[in-house]
Design a protein. Structure first.
Length: 69
């Protein structure tokens, strides 16, 4: 018997994943075109179309220290 794969409508997770892939692609294109070694935070915000209208800085997520042992 042959199995048939049916395609369903994309769910919310699919849409989010596709949006993230598109944003990563935009960042890769910008990085390839950049003359410097790294993209600045301002350039990343520009590529991702992030607006910083507030005078208050955006909260950051602290990085976890590497576990040594």
């Amino acid at each position: 018997m042959t199995q048939v794969v049916t395609l369903s409508a994309p769910n919310a997770q699919d849409c989010v994943a596709l949006a993230e892939i598109e944003l990563c692609g935009e960042l890769m294109i910008a990085a390839a075109d950049a003359h410097e070694d790294r993209l600045s935070a301002d350039r990343i915000d520009e590529v991702l179309n992030v607006r910083t209208d507030t005078a208050e800085p955006a909260p950051t997520i602290p990085r976890q220290a590497r576990h040594r042992g």
